[in-house]
Design a protein around this ligand. Structure first.
Ligand code: FEO
Length: 390
């Protein structure tokens, strides 16, 4: 667990979860995940979001310790997704005097999840730029719709210059595990918020007008130093620009022959000077990591077997994910394999042509069962084109 004392007035009351099998029922989290929550102690006390029902007991224990016998005056609800909102009803019932702070989109959603007696009389509805004084601390609310749900807002605390950033700047990984920030933050970003780059850009623009000393997200570590690094990565990611030069080779192989061709292409790319080559077997790797790598590098080669008059399903699944995350701005190579009627390239092209601002590299390579002289030559030509960035 994190150092609970963030400042003299701000206390971390969140909890780690190492037992969850899949976060949001789809993401593997080998190092767990944290559900962050904070309390600001002043003349008035504000609780900044609750936590997932999976950690209810720990969260309430942490809250009570932080309160030291006092009662919270406000619960600020920045995001209604259950990993943060799951304990709103319990908290509201425990402290019936507590006001609940949200925006116009928060409360209709809250009523969908919970029936809370007298909610309307306890609601404080805030809008962009509104402030709430706790005494020495002043909360300033900044709307952040679609980062990651429509009701999301972030909160800037003016006296200590803290940005409570909701899911923004979050990452997979519990706080009691030390690991590189960018790897799991990037996987989190592209899979969870990736579709909403324009909305993240809008939030970054608002954040640039604030003097921020610390970022306090709802998952992952509190960011205290070198904030330009994190803000810079978020700017790159949300503008759909590649972060690294290199080629991501994603393949879908039934019996291993497309896999062999992928290895061959990898060698060719390296020989021809590609800065970095990353090869992934879509059937046996984490889809979320593949999405992350697709966005990370400036070039991608999609290699797939034909199947049932279309493409091997795991490739179609990958392409559907890329489509839903607004994949764009990349150079894309296509390689299909087919033993009697190759159809994979047609299907892959159908997806790729609809991505924004992509270049499909020539030639599109067709392999008939295994590489032969002609298909290896074509693969070499594709490697020549893909080895170089724009
Ligand atoms: Fe961590 Fe969108 O909830």
């Amino acid at each position: 667990m994190a150092d609970t004392k963030i400042s003299d007035s701000v206390i971390y009351i969140g909890a780690d979860d190492h037992d969850i099998d899949l976060f949001e029922s789809q993401y593997v989290v080998p190092n767990g995940v944290s559900y962050n929550s904070y309390v600001i102690i002043d003349e008035k006390i504000a609780v900044m979001d609750t936590a997932d029902p999976r950690v209810t007991d720990v969260w309430f224990d942490n809250l009570e310790k932080a309160l030291g016998g006092r009662k919270p005056d406000y619960l600020v609800v920045q995001h209604m997704e259950p990993d943060h909102a799951g304990n709103i009803k319990k908290l509201a019932e425990k402290y019936p005097e507590m006001k609940i702070v949200g925006n116009a989109k928060t409360f209709p959603m809250m009523k969908q999840f919970f029936t809370i007696d007298g909610l309307d009389d306890r609601s404080v509805v805030v809008k962009e730029g509104d402030t709430l004084s706790l005494g020495n601390h002043t909360l300033q609310f900044v709307m952040a719709p679609m980062v990651h749900w429509p009701e999301v807002m972030v909160t800037y605390e003016q006296s200590e210059k803290l940005l409570f950033s909701a899911d923004g700047f979050g990452k997979f990984g519990a706080l009691d595990v030390e690991e590189d920030w960018a790897c799991e933050a990037r996987r989190y970003y592209f899979n969870i918020v990736g579709k909403y780059g324009a909305q993240v850009q809008a939030l970054l623009k608002k954040a640039s007008a604030l003097d921020i000393k610390m970022i306090l997200p709802l998952h992952g570590p509190i960011l205290k130093e070198d904030l330009g690094y994190y803000l810079g990565l978020y700017n790159t990611w949300s503008s759909y620009q590649p972060e690294s030069k290199g080629v991501f080779v994603a393949y879908a192989s039934i019996h291993g022959n497309t896999a062999k061709a992928a290895e061959k292409l990898g060698e060719m790319l390296k020989e021809k000077g590609a800065e970095k080559v990353v090869i992934s077997d879509l059937s046996r790797s984490d889809m979320a990591e593949n999405i992350e790598d697709a966005f990370r590098y400036d070039r991608i080669v999609l290699m797939a077997s034909s199947y049932d008059g279309g493409v091997f399903p795991v490739m179609e699944d990958f392409l559907m994910h890329l489509k839903s995350k607004n994949y764009q701005n990349r150079k894309i190579g296509l390689v299909e394999n087919g033993s009697w009627a190759p159809t994979a390239a047609r299907v892959m092209k159908g997806y790729v042509e609809n991505f924004k601002n992509v270049t499909i590299a020539e030639p599109v390579v067709t392999i008939r069962s295994t590489l032969n002289e002609a298909s290896e030559k074509a693969l070499g030509e594709l490697a020549e084109v893909m080895a170089k960035g724009e």
